[in-house]
Structures are given as C-alpha cells and as structure tokens.
Design a protein around this ligand. Sequence first.
Ligand code: 5GP
Ligand code: ZN
Length: 111
Amino acid sequence: MECIFCKIVSKEIPADVVYEDDKIIAFKDIHPVAPVHLLIIPKIHIPSIDHLELKDKTLIGELFLTAQKIAREKGVDKTGYRLTFNIGKDAGQTVDHLHLHLIGGKELPWL
Ligand code: 5GP
Ligand code: ZN
C-alpha cells in the first residue's frame, strides 16, 4: 500500500491526530500554512472529489460536520476559517487520498 494517508489511517506512520471515529480521521498538516491547519480524511481510500460516487454522499457530509466540530474546538468558528479540497494538478493536489483542509487562526489571503 503506497498511499501515505492510508498509512496514517492504519497507524503505520505517525500523525498528530485531533479526531478519529470509525469512518474519519483528522490530523495536523505536517507543513502548516496557518496556526490551525488540519486535514480531515475518510478512512477509505478515495483519490479525490473527482472520484466520489453516490454511495459516498453521507461520508462527505460527515467530513464537513467533523470540520465544523473541530473548528469549534479550536475556536476558529469565532474568527473564521477556510475549508478546501484541492483536486488534481492545477489545484496543487499532492496526496491522492481525498482530504479536506481546515485552515484558520489568522486572516487568510485569497489566492
Ligand atoms: P494537497 O496539496 O494534496 O491538497 O495537500 C496535501 C497536504 O498534506 C499538504 O498540505 C502537506 O503538507 C500534507 N502532508 C503531506 N504528507 C504528510 C504527512 O506525511 N503527514 C502529514 N501530517 N501531512 C502531510
Ligand atoms: Zn489512501
């Protein structure tokens, strides 16, 4: 299994985990771009949003609700935060395991 995020799910490589349940895990980005920079991922391997199927629709909703919950725990719900999926080359996707970036804790430039 080559996928680095699948290895984080299976605990083959360590991560700073902030949330975990049976379907989702969230951990700190190794190269944070803001004081709060977390990655929220499904435990099953889906390469990107472009690979989503109808059967995944509940899971994707749960990713967003998990982001909301973590944002509240980190206090950035008060100041604002950004949720981002990068999809493919032009968006700069570097890990081909679907991940939702939760970024906040400072004013964020837009592109
Ligand atoms: P992308 O550019 O694909 O949207 O985001 C991938 C993110 O994963 C990057 O922000 C990068 O810093 C992060 N990342 C890559 N490898 C690792 C790792 O092994 N551990 C953690 N915690 N984050 C990683
Ligand atoms: Zn994977």
